[in-house]
Design a protein around this ligand. Structure first.
Ligand code: NFE
Ligand code: MG
Length: 572
């Protein structure tokens, strides 16, 4: 007999995600992932000035802030054949690197750690042993016995008063929690420290982009005047401040995030064989070091891996009709040509057709349409996108930096390379790429300073900024490796206006419903066969879903307006 459990909404993510899972013999036997809100941003863009698109799509999401604006300016630059100056590319890279550092740390501590770290159990820790353990895994200075015992007292008061605040909704005491109390206490300490740290690193976005979230971008370059003089908005003092923030960020990742990740992972090695799912991985590539038109210069190389076969990395062509397509057979939209066809985004349509139940409802009818997410496919394959995909493509291509961090983590944990294809692998990959990006940010910074010293302060190419210079029709595609994975924007420009604009977003790849062949997308595939110890407290489902770091705002390009849903787990 199977039980269906419903988790809606899944918390500690951005937006509204619903999982319905059947549990049989203590394992997930069938599963459906649904995005439950919509706002149709693609329709809002029609008829607008392509130079403004970045400002609209930037508002898709404040979590992967700047990602959509970056993809958008690249898309319009592709359509209009604009090459941006090297400094603009570097500033974009620095903002993007900062986003990664921020996003991945926040994900690890604030959105994912509590699936593994039992806050209440941390009260049982011995502060002295905790201090010794902390000092044995890292040089991070905040590690004294007094520090941990003070923290424990503070949290103890919360627990005694029954008011756990931000820690209220955990499955504390669940048998799936395996960490010793001392590791739980370290995790808890760094949860709180990371909250403080994260508000610092985002200042890099604010300095270059004027504000955060949603910093300013510009078609043709960036809008910040730069120089080592006193008058430029980005001057020697600001640049020194950026350097300090990048250094502090790198230190936090190296001395806090990575040691914690490895310490926690070492108690959950069984998760190196759970939650793998598709085994197909897609990366568009990013962080250009010789202009965006030279993909061989990307720090994150592009490519696709099929069936976990790391001996072959396939090429990806985002312009090809037959490569990237979006389906809506299970999504609440309709296509003019029928609901079973796939459309390349240049021909994409976003026409709402809600045929689902009226809330409140018990279950979705998954025989019919059941999500506001469309279903993207690459050459017909369901693909996973995100940190694991990026790390695997870099690793499979034999790039030394990737090999080094991956092999060293595998060795440290004493697990085989096959453990990468898992929930644990996904969570580890995010940390490993954060480490890489923190190093690359130093290189980008040094290049920027070097350029300025050589007298190059160009930040924008305005040659084609005026619409009179544009052809009557143009098409463009742009991409970014958003923290959650491959992000593509496609534009069709007619008579200087946007005729069509389509976003195919990382979480859409991962969280989408089944395609016309009945193939599951990444979340559904990864959740199959997950062991569930207690269906009323399905922390195991949260572990795998959170390992992808869902963002439903991005996925359906939606907004939560009233959205006061109660967190609930239904067991039927
Ligand atoms: Ni709203 Fe986003 C990222 C994009 S998500 S977070 O990263 O693009 O799928
Ligand atoms: Mg879309």
């Amino acid at each position: 007999m199977s039980q269906r459990i419903v988790i809606d909404p899944i918390t500690r993510i951005e937006g509204h995600l619903r999982i319905e899972a059947d549990i049989q013999n203590g394992k997930v036997s069938d599963v459906y992932s649904a995005g439950t809100m919509v706002r149709l941003l693609e329709e809002i863009l029609r008829g607008r000035d392509p130079r403004d698109a970045w400002a609209y799509v930037g508002r898709v999401c404040g979590v992967c802030t700047s990602t959509h604006s970056l993809a958008s300016v690249r898309t319009v630059e592709d359509a209009l054949d604009i090459v941006v100056p090297p400094n603009a590319e570097i500033v974009r890279n620095l903002m993007f690197a900062t986003l990664y550092m921020h996003d991945h740390v926040v994900h690890f501590y604030h959105l994912h750690a509590l699936d593994w770290v039992d806050v209440v159990n941390a009260l049982k820790a011995d502060p002295k042993k905790t201090s010794e353990l902390a000092q044995s895994i890292s040089n991070w200075p905040k590690s004294s016995t007094g520090y941990f015992s003070d923290l424990q007292k503070r949290i103890g008061k919360f627990v005694e008063s029954g008011q756990l605040g931000i820690f209220t909704n955990g499955y504390w005491g669940h048998s799936a929690y395996k960490l010793p109390p001392e590791v739980n206490l370290i995790g808890l300490a760094h949860y709180l420290e990371a909250l403080e740290w994260q508000k610092e690193i985002v200042k890099v976005q604010t300095i270059f982009g004027g504000k955060n979230p949603h910093p300013n971008y510009l078609v043709g370059g960036m809008a910040c005047a730069i120089g080592l003089d006193d008058v430029s908005a980005i001057n020697a003092e600001r640049l020194a401040y950026i350097k300090q923030l990048l250094d502090d960020g790198k230190r936090f990742i190296e001395q806090v995030y990575i040691p914690d990740l490895l310490a926690v992972a070492s108690f959950y090695k069984d998760w190196g064989a759970i939650g793998g799912g598709l085994g197909n991985y897609l990366v568009y590539g990013d962080l250009p070091t010789n202009g965006f038109r030279d993909p061989s210069s990307f720090k994150f190389p592009a490519g696709a891996i099929l069936n976990k076969d790391l001996s072959k990395v396939h090429e990806v062509n985002m312009r090809e009709d037959s490569e990237i397509q979006e389906f809506i057979n299970k999504s609440w939209y309709s296509y003019e040509g029928g609901d079973n066809v796939g459309l390349h985004p240049w021909k994409g349509e976003t026409k709402l057709n809600y045929t689902g139940p009226k809330p409140p409802y018990e279950h979705l009818n998954t025989e019919e349409k059941y999500s506001f997410l469309k279903t993207p496919r690459w050459k017909g394959h369901a693909m996973e996108v995100g940190p694991l995909a990026r790390v695997l493509v870099g690793y499979a291509k034999g790039i030394p930096e990737f090999k080094e961090v991956v092999d060293s983590a595998l060795k440290h944990l004493d697990v085989p390379a096959t453990a990468l294809f898992s929930t644990l692998g996904r969570t580890a990959a995010r940390g490993l790429e954060a480490q890489l990006v923190a190093n690359w940010a130093q290189e980008f910074y040094d290049q920027l300073i070097q350029n300025i010293k050589l007298g190059d302060t160009r930040m924008a190419n305005t040659e084609k900024f005026q619409p009179e210079t544009w052809p009557a029709q143009a098409k463009g595609v742009g991409h970014a490796e958003a923290p959650r994975g491959a992000l593509g924007h496609w534009i069709v420009i007619e008579d200087q206006k946007i005729a069509n604009y389509q976003l195919v977003v990382p979480t859409t790849w991962n969280a989408s419903p089944r395609d016309p062949q009945g193939q599951m997308s990444a979340y559904e595939a990864a959740l199959m066969d997950t062991p569930i110890a207690d269906p009323e407290r399905p922390v195991e489902i949260l572990r795998t879903v959170h390992s992808f770091d869902p963002c439903m705002a991005c996925a359906v390009h939606l907004y939560d307006e009233e959205g006061k849903h109660l967190s609930r787990v239904k067991v039927l």
